[in-house]
Design a protein around this ligand. Structure first.
Ligand code: FEC
Length: 295
């Protein structure tokens, strides 16, 4: 067998000039208010994405993760982006051009939702189109290696730990979507492994789509914590695994600013990115999928 991994990520614009097309892809053809587009361009600019020839700092992290996983596994890993290039379909085509005969699809997001992992899966399955044997990892939020890696980063803190994840529209609950339950389970497992006495969960990064989103949002939650007498917060974004816009802007800028306004201190854990322990975690998941095929 000649396996390859299709490592799927949300994707990030390479240059500022890409932001309109990238945002249009996220919106799936629905209209974008000009003020929202300007605001998004400003956020990417603040993170160091520019119109120069250097790669975007955010995409550089995804590439480091891909390269480290490939080195760890000893067979090819191709990156496919849900909303940018290289697309998931391009990654699948590259793997097939490289003569891979078994593709393992793994998304760099641990929790299942119909609005998230299912959309990656649809692109992956559509691209493979029955041309090759495939395995797809639907969830890995309770993976022991992930739990212990995150637990290590919050263990012993004197701060109140707030686990966070990207919010989604409230309507997913009526459809019985497992997203929220899976996020709370990861948070509980990490809290237990790190013997945390005081932790909570909140959402972040709600998008201005005009419908209600799951809450509480971290910006409101900080106010609730302040009212409870909490002065020191450590954010552990369990729904994300790398430094990107939602971490570097929404947590490091917006949430930090809100905490400062409230007279609170806010830090966050270092994201897994291409940390060797995290790469081992991903490699372990892939190897288990290969073993299931061989069994
Ligand atoms: O660093 C980067 O360039 C990309 C950061 C990024 C990540 C990410 C992850 C998730 N999203 C999820 C759901 C939604 C839904 C909408 C939505 C909108 C945006 C916008 C940007 C954006 N998201 Fe995202 N998301 C990232 C970036 N996301 C930019 C558009 C402007 C804005 O809201 O600021 C609303 C779509 C709509 O308009 O209909 C829903 C979920 C995740 C976590 C799972 C995953 O990573 O795939 C869920 C990273």
């Amino acid at each position: 067998m000649k396996p390859a991994v299709i490592l799927m990520a949300y994707g990030s614009p390479d240059r500022l000039g890409d932001v309109p097309a990238y945002y249009a892809d996220i919106r799936g053809g629905r209209p974008i208010a000009p003020a929202h587009l300007d605001d998004l361009v400003g956020r990417y600019r603040a993170l160091g994405v520019d119109d120069g020839s250097e790669p975007s700092p955010l995409n550089t992290i995804t590439e480091e993760t891909r390269a480290a996983l490939e080195a760890g596994l000893g067979f090819p890993v191709f990156t496919g982006m849900r909303h940018w290039r290289p697309r998931i379909a391009e990654a699948v085509d590259s793997a097939l051009a490289d003569a891979a005969d078994l593709l393992v699809g793994l998304v760099l997001a641990p929790h299942y939702s119909a609005l998230s992992i299912a959309a990656y899966r649809a692109q992956f399955d559509g691209a493979a189109g029955g041309r090759v044997e495939t395995r797809f990892v639907e969830r890995w939020g309770a993976e022991p290696a992930l739990i212990s890696l995150l637990a290590e980063r919050v263990r012993g803190t004197g701060a109140h730990v707030v686990f966070t994840a990207h919010s989604l529209p409230v309507r997913i609950l009526a459809d019985g979507d497992p997203y929220q339950d899976e996020l709370l389970e990861t948070s509980r497992l990490v809290g237990e492994a790190a013997s945390l006495e005081d932790w909570s969960f909140s959402y972040q990064s709600e998008s201005p789509t005009g419908e209600p989103w799951l809450g509480p949002d971290i910006l409101d939650h900080l106010g609730e914590l302040k009212a409870r007498g909490v002065g020191d917060v450590l954010v552990c974004p369990v729904g994300f695994v790398s430094d990107h816009l939602e971490i570097r802007w929404d947590i490091d800028h917006e949430a930090k600013e809100r905490a400062a306004e409230l007279g609170m201190r806010l830090d966050r854990i270092a994201m897994p990115n291409a940390d060797p322990d995290f790469i081992d975690c991903l490699a372990g998941i892939v190897i288990r999928e290969l073993q299931a095929v061989a069994a």
